[in-house]
Write a protein that binds this ligand. Structure first.
Ligand code: 6PG
Length: 222
């Protein structure tokens, strides 16, 4: 596959966030669907974008948000990505597919969410991904088991970063999405950005290799 990565260079984080929000809103309009799905990551980078999407999407009732990855914690835990997503969208008209935390088995919770996704989403329209300084995306951290999973859409993954367990979309799911946006901003991401653009061997690069096209938005110049 001749994969391609399209880079949008912004002057700062706000401009990068606005660029991403505008690209997504444009695609929502052109898709003209009654249920447009958007996968949301945790972390800090996408928060400004989420705020813009909340304010600027014309009809949030036509949007279904799902959770790209979740630290395996109760929803009221400060580390919960579901908590972060709900803080932006739970009072809106959007539909939110919550990851359920049972505190019995991360594997069972991942399987339950995988079923929920497949029952609720016919096409993964857009996914917003941050990128860690080690090149991880979602909870697909270098050297962890989930990186190798080629069969499932959503799995548990033992990472021992912030939490022992995570539940996460896999490369298979992320590769299948119509649009994937990597939002990579801040001085601290300059080095990993260079690695990614130099055809590195990070999980972000693995995803890019598995897709025809991936869009990367950054405020860093390489
Ligand atoms: C998480 C995220 C993770 C995040 C990166 C970047 O659960 O933490 O889903 O993949 O996107 O770690 O995080 P920042 O945006 O905070 O740099």
């Amino acid at each position: 596959m001749s994969e391609s990565i399209i880079v949008y260079k912004a002057n700062n984080h706000l401009e990068a966030s606005s660029c991403l929000s505008n690209l997504i809103i444009e695609d929502i309009k052109s898709a003209n669907k009654n249920c447009y799905s958007i996968g949301l990551s945790g972390g800090n980078t996408p928060k400004v974008t989420y705020s813009m999407l909340k304010n600027d999407i014309e009809d949030l009732s036509k949007i279904l948000f799902w959770t790209v990855d979740e630290r395996w914690v109760p929803i009221d835990n400060e580390n919960s990505n579901q908590n972060l997503i709900n803080s932006f969208f739970s009072t809106s008209d959007a539909q939110i597919l919550n990851v359920e935390f049972t505190n019995t088995s991360a594997d069972e919770d991942a399987q339950a969410y995988s079923k929920k996704l497949q029952d609720s989403i016919s096409e993964f329209d857009t996914v917003i991904l941050g990128v860690g300084e080690d090149g991880h995306i979602a909870s697909l951290f270098p050297g962890t088991k989930a990186i190798q999973n080629k069969d499932d859409l959503y799995v548990s993954n033992e990472v021992n970063i912030v939490t022992q367990w995570r539940v996460t979309a896999t490369h298979k799911l992320l590769a299948s999405a119509k649009n994937v946006y990597l939002l990579v901003t801040g001085e601290n991401k300059k080095a990993i950005l260079k690695t990614i653009l130099d055809n590195g061997t990070t999980p972000a690069n693995e995803l890019i290799k598995n897709r025809k096209e991936t869009i990367l938005i950054t405020d860093q110049s390489i």
